[in-house]
Unconditional design. Structure first.
Length: 242
């Protein structure tokens, strides 16, 4: 048997010998990123080591730490959160799955670290309309509920049902159940008229009365019901129909 081996072309960037070694073959004095995290925590880890933990694995010819070091060198640590899916996948070894994981990880961190936004207050029909004005473009009727706390701050907006071109109705429990889940004190209903009409129908008025009475039994007040169309909105409360 001959001991002769063919020379390999060095991989671009970094130490060629190290690039060909897997993480398991690194010297004992060099901890793999995940082992380092387990033993010492994240505080003492470099940007590349943290990125390597997220990426998870390298390729046949390049270990994950070398990949991470190249990425940090190419874009700089502050530039990594702004990379697009196309930019991530342009790097060797970063397929769509790994690239998606990177996008999700950075977006999650961005959301968790963002200062909490003040929730809008709904103190008038105009305030409510500002939160549902997108309904004027809908081609089918949508019934939307705005659930409010004791200070009339918006807790959550939910689409309760989507109907046909000219009607959408649902059972009171479908409207009140989210109010109970979110501990809402009150709510505002809104639905659109794709026809463009802003005139409340008799069904609109009767439906509103039914929901208001059901809410009273639960201690949850229906403040208003808006009808929205491309022409604007009307408030059943302002019209004396609630």
């Amino acid at each position: 048997m001959s001991d002769v081996s063919y020379p390999a072309e060095p991989s671009p960037g970094g130490d060629p010998a190290r690039s060909r070694r897997g993480l398991r073959e690194l010297p004992a004095s060099v901890l793999r990123p995940r082992d380092k995290l387990w033993r010492f925590g994240v505080q003492g880890m470099s940007h590349a080591e943290l990125l390597a933990v997220l990426i998870g694995s390298g390729t046949r010819d390049r270990n994950v730490l070398a990949m991470a070091e190249d990425l940090v060198a190419r874009y700089g640590a502050p530039g990594l959160p702004g990379l697009t899916l196309k930019e991530w996948t342009a790097n060797h070894g970063m397929g769509r799955v790994k690239a998606s994981q990177m996008l999700a990880a950075f977006e999650l961190g961005r959301r968790l670290l963002a200062p909490p936004a003040d929730e809008p207050r709904v103190s008038s029909p105009a305030d409510a309309y500002a939160l549902v004005r997108d309904l004027k473009k809908a081609r089918k009727e949508h019934l939307v509920a705005l659930y409010l706390d004791a200070q009339n701050r918006l807790i959550v907006r939910e689409t309760v049902s989507i109907g046909s071109l000219n009607t959408t109705r649902t059972h009171p429990r479908e409207i009140l159940q989210p109010a109970i889940v979110h501990s809402a004190l009150a709510f505002v209903l809104a639905h659109n008229h794709p026809s463009g009409s802003l005139d409340p129908s008799r069904d609109d008025v009767e439906f509103t009365g039914t929901i208001a009475r059901a809410g009273e039994l639960m201690g949850i007040s229906l403040y208003d019901h808006l009808i929205v169309s491309r022409r604007g909105f009307v408030s059943l409360k302002e019209k004396g129909l609630l």
